[in-house]
Design a protein around this ligand. Structure first.
Ligand code: PEP
Ligand code: MG
Length: 841
């Protein structure tokens, strides 16, 4: 039965009305939470726009929901980002569950305080139960004035409550793991609306109109609750039968139930959260868009060698041009580098030879190119190296690009809706680089790793992303609202308002903090009690050195020299090498450190022009200094090239993967001989990386023979915990915050300082703001960090006190596992660094 008496909602405040589209907050403006309107308030007491029950009032007092007896629910939300104020400026006048009268005061707020401390005072009134409404006012309104007419609402059906008229089902047990939360409740309400009968759902003494999503949710059911369905009306019997079946089947949550099953070795996943690994930090709330690539049809037989060869050449040329355009438009060096590497693949002699052989055999250009790239990709994947497997993804990407060009298939730009969260089996680097960041807020992939090029690009684009997510993610419906919390590696499938608000507010705080940190990047990294920490950069090119200086970098703590030539098929000439080092040294000048690490190849970093035997365990094989000592000419040539820069910067040479003292002695002898041959009277500083447990444990033995140590926490973690650093399944456990790793850092620093030597950390741990207090507390002298993070790490140091850091460092060394360390540091961080929200000026 539908009433003819529509419900009128009164203005909860005096002020000026605005349409939701004008609200500068995408979550509200896009009506994701509900439709309604906005008031720019001139009064300071929020009053009930309808009579009903307080179905929710946030602890922070900034939002309240009122639900009337017919299930119409209205959310009132005072200001934007006011959740951050943690209750300051608000006085709650009512409690959850309390019945309120029309116009009753609900919350008082201090408009002056909010104006100073929150983003905006704009207040939202949203009909979250979804009934349509018409607007009764515009412009200036007074509190209590009629604002909206809610046109179709269903009142409680008195007849149902009349004894004897309603039919009741047998009691049933609710199977849903999280009770009837929003989605199953919506499914149930939708099904109930298909019947004319009035239908109620009963839990003990409570009843809810089964056609109202909000009423069902308000029952607050949990798994195992005993429920009954009642119905009154002509189709009551059919309604009960259908709804009981639906309830027993989980109200459409069967798919989610499979999602719930955590992969055996994956961290536990709840029904509403899918977990992966953070590929690029940040968070976003948006809608699912599944990416499906069309299948391409390839004809095997060609139309003649000459014709097909011309078609292949045309495809290759067009791809080269397209990749050049992508490089020219790249927003950062990482992006440009990746497409340059793709261009190199187009010229790869072995690939072209395979393709040409097939053309000679009468195959088509498309078939020949496709076979060559697929065969080589499989070869890469079969070599057991994660890095090469990721390069296989690059090859597949280039392969598709050329193939489409040969087949004349236009790469249609994806027509994406606003606030897209892309979901894909795997994205290619090209797809990632060409994402429209106005529409795409983040992405989630089943494949990929944190070190893949796609992850590097996502970080360069500032797009939150997670990878290694269970395949069930591919079954999510397009348009579903989800919350991506990449920092935690989580995709929330049923986010609630509080979660969304918190993450949105946190994201905005991050943006503001970033702006502030960049503006102050030139300030030194000195703790509040006057202890200076050197913050330098990890670089792989001259361009990155220049960027680091602009962002306040105080030198180069790690030049990964192998990256200068990683994508080359031929060894760089000694002259070219010397030129590269000299350019970097000159950019830094004589006042800054330049730490050049000698070639660190092998393991996950094969170098095309240094042929290596395949090894069963490349990470435990001939890598780093071991490989160089096996091929002394390679190391001597590099040392000569580095020495040519002596005098241009404060030159330091660093040896990677040292595990034995003899390796250091051999390398030092070579360095002395090469320096002597060049007529140098003074040797550059010589140090070693501490990335093997033996070196950390024997740091007191190494210390007298070095000028400095730099701790490579990436490798130190994998060797200490015996977990492959690129293993997607171990990513969450191979954590550098593990107390075992921290204890090795402590041992190293103690030994170095006892011999008057300095210690840096150049592994990724140094780039984590959370780790800064513990590293400083342990006595680390230098943090060498990824270029974009220099301002953040410097600002973090400036927020700390050395004395506190020493206390927290001592405390975490005694903890049992990485998660406990992270939690302790998070609490410490929240109490120090994040005490005051950054306010926009
Ligand atoms: C490390 O292992 O922490 C390190 C800095 O070296 P790379 O990551 O280049 O192996
Ligand atoms: Mg290393």
């Amino acid at each position: 039965m539908t009433t003819t008496q529509p419900l009128e909602l009164l203005a909860p405040l005096s002020g000026v009305l605005l349409a939701l589209d004008q609200v500068p907050d995408p979550v509200f403006a896009s009506r994701l939470i509900g439709d309604g309107l906005c008031i720019d308030p001139t009064s300071q007491t929020l009053c009930a726009p309808l009579a009903g029950v307080i179905s929710n009032i946030q602890d922070s007092g900034h939002a309240v929901s009122v639900t009337d007896d017919n299930g119409v629910q209205v959310l009132l939300h005072i200001g934007l980002d006011t959740v951050n104020l943690a209750g300051q400026g608000f006085t709650r006048l009512v409690q959850e569950g309390q019945r309120v009268l029309l116009g009753q005061p609900l919350i008082e707020f201090d408009a002056d305080y909010l104006a100073l401390n929150a983003r905006s005072l704009l207040t939202l009134m949203l009909v979250v139960s979804g009934e349509p409404f018409t607007l009764l006012a515009n412009g200036q309104v007074e509190v209590g004035q009629p604002l909206l007419r809610v046109s179709a609402f269903q009142p409680a059906d008195e007849e149902v409550e009349e004894e004897g008229e309603a039919l009741f089902s047998k009691p049933l047990t609710l199977p849903n793991a999280n009770g009837l939360h929003a989605r199953p409740a919506a499914v149930l309400a939708q099904a109930a609306k298909g019947f004319k009968a009035s239908i109620y759902l009963h839990k003990q003494t409570q009843s809810a109109n089964a056609k109202s999503l909000v009423a069902i949710m308000a029952l607050q059911t949990v798994q195992g609750d005993t429920l009954q369905v009642s119905a009154a009306g002509e189709d009551a019997e059919a309604a009960i039968k259908a709804l009981v079946t639906l309830l027993n089947e989980g109200c459409g949550e069967a798919g989610v139930a499979t999602v719930e099953v955590a992969e055996p070795s994956a961290p536990a996943a709840s029904s509403t959260v899918l977990r992966g690994v953070c590929a690029s930090p940040g968070s976003a709330f948006g809608q699912v868009v599944q990416v499906a690539e069309p299948e391409l049809t390839i004809t095997e037989a060609g139309a003649g060698d000459a014709l097909e060869r011309a078609a292949l050449d045309r495809g290759l040329l067009a791809a080269t041009v397209a990749l050049q355009r992508l490089q020219d438009n790249a927003t950062g060096s990482a992006q440009a580098e990746i497409f340059r590497a793709h261009q190199e693949l187009l010229e790869d002699p072995s690939l072209l030879e395979q393709a040409h052989d097939l053309l000679v055999q009468g195959k088509s250009a498309a078939f020949a190119w496709h076979s060559a790239t697929v065969t080589t990709g499989k070869l890469f994947q079969g070599l057991g190296s994660t890095l090469l497997a990721e390069r296989a993804a690059d090859l597949a990407d280039v392969g598709q690009r050329v193939l489409k060009l040969i087949l004349g298939i236009q790469d249609r730009a994806w027509d994406l809706p606003e606030r897209t969260i892309l979901i894909a089996e795997q994205l290619t680097p090209s797809q990632t680089a060409s994402l429209d960041t106005h529409k795409v807020l983040g992405f989630v992939t089943v494949g990929g790793g944190a070190t893949s090029h796609v992850a590097i690009l996502a970080r360069a684009l500032g797009l939150p992303a997670i990878c290694g997510v269970p395949v069930q993610v591919l079954a999510l419906a397009n348009g579903k609202q989800v919350l991506l919390d990449a920092d935690q590696g989580e995709l929330h499938l049923e986010p609630n308002l509080a979660e969304i608000e918190q993450l949105e507010a946190a994201r905005q705080q991050q943006v503001l903090r970033r702006q502030r940190d960049v503006a102050q990047a030139a300030l030194p990294a000195t703790t509040r009690d006057g202890h200076h920490v050197e913050v330098t950069a990890n670089v792989a090119s001259l361009q990155e050195v220049e960027q680091s200086l602009a962002l306040g970098g105080e030198g180069v703590g790690l030049l990964r020299s192998e990256f200068l030539y990683l994508d080359r098929n031929r060894a760089p000439s000694p002259h070219e090498q010397a030129g590269t080092y000299a350019a970097i040294a000159c950019a830094l000048g004589t006042e800054r450190n330049l730490v050049v690490r000698t070639l660190d190849v092998g393991g996950d970093k094969p170098l095309a022009y240094v042929p290596m035997d395949s090894e069963a365990n490349p990470f435990l094989g001939l890598r780093g200094i071991r490989l160089c000592l096996e091929r002394p000419q390679l190391l001597r040539e590099q040392l000569r090239a580095i020495l040519a820069s002596a005098g241009f910067a404060r030159l330091h040479i660093m040896l990677p993967m040292v595990s034995l003292l003899s390796e250091l002695h051999l390398a030092r002898t070579m360095l002395q001989e090469e320096a002597l041959a060049l007529g140098l009277t003074e040797l550059p500083k010589l140090g070693i990386m501490i990335e093997v447990p033996s070196a950390a444990l024997m740091a007191d033995v190494f210390a007298p023979h070095v000028d400095f140590f730099s701790i490579g926490t990436n490798d130190l973690t994998q060797y200490t915990l015996a977990m492959d650093r690129d293993h997607p399944r171990l990513a969450s456990q191979a954590d550098s915050f593990h107390p075992a790793v921290l204890r090795l850092i402590a041992t190293t620093v103690k030994a170095a300082h006892a011999h008057g030597k300095w210690v840096g950390v150049c592994g990724a741990l140094a780039s984590e703001a959370l780790a800064v207090p513990v590293l400083i507390g342990l006595g680390v002298d230098e943090l060498s960090v990824s270029v974009p993070l220099i301002p953040t790490i410097k600002a973090t140091v400036r927020d700390l006190d050395l004395a506190d850091c020493q206390l927290i460092a001592r405390q975490v060394l005694g903890l049992e596992e990485a998660a406990q360390v992270r939690e302790a540091l998070r609490l410490y961080h929240a109490a120090t660094v994040e005490t005051s929200p950054v306010v926009e000026h």
